[in-house]
Design a protein around this ligand. Sequence first.
Ligand code: BGC
Length: 354
Amino acid sequence: MKKVFLEAGILCVLVAGFLLTACHSDDEDSWKIGIALSDYNTIERWAIDGANMKTMLEHYGFTVDLQHVERDVNEQISQIESMITAGCKVIIVTAVDGTQLDAALTKAANAGIKVIAYDRLLMNTSAVDYYVTFNNTMVGTQQGQYIVDHLSDSATPQNMELFTGPADDNNVNFYFNGALAALNIGDNLDVPSGEMTMAACGIANWSTSVAKTRMARLINAQGYAPAGKKLDAVLCSNDALAEGVVAALTEAGYTAADFPIITGQDAEISAVKRIIAGTQSMTVFKDTRLSAEAAVNVVRAIKDGTEGSLSFGAPYNNDVKEVKTISCETTVVDKDNYRKVLIDSGYYTEVELQ
Ligand code: BGC
């Protein structure tokens, strides 16, 4: 009799243990993760970032609350607040303006939610736990170095103009300063417009049309022309800006044969097409599969309580704290290697680039 009770007891413990495990893992599997992205409809990469993270998170059994805005800080704040209310356990944020989210993120932290800054650092807040990004200074270095390496004649002064992103995007500091350091503007490399500060060269909202308007103004003011004053290079911090610059040059009569060196970033499909056509020289490819995977690994570690086993590179300082950072590497893509880097790796198909 005693044995029967004992066996029944063990069975109960086993069943209870099983149920507990089952419930526990159900609970864990249904963890909701918020993803708040910016520039979603205007800059191609963000929909890819979003889709990559969502697919991977769902693969691991998470529920995903993916929300996005264009450049509206207040809308992003309400989206983050709705994620807090909805019980998200982790929120991944690409900020419209990383300096404006402290109050919303503090609410998240107070609710025990972990926050991952994605691509853009969240500034002036202690309520950020991790930062997953690319080496942003390297993006600028690669663009600047590409110009230096491809200028036709380094002995005579070369004319260059500069385009970068808006100051509310914290990454712009890294892109622009990385590029300027590599370009080493001086005797042989001139910026005829004299517009060289981030304020003068920063295009609001990373807008293609604003970049186009500014390039048209510079063409008129400086007298740049295919058969006139030579424009040797245009630094563009991303592909959206390059698109506007190329459009202005095309309207001014430039053809692929007389285009200056033009840089970009993101390896957008339209940018790769311009590279193939010879109107854009290069783009810096940020493989969003890598950054999405890195962010998802951080989420999984948070869920599993194994954050201690994550490895990080150099931390980024957000003016309040050193934020643990995973920084992915970037690759220069031009007409010589786009097939290998983008098609052979499965990022794009041949047909998408036609
Ligand atoms: C990102 C770039 C992107 C730009 C515009 C930056 O913060 O790092 O990849 O082109 O925002 O969305």
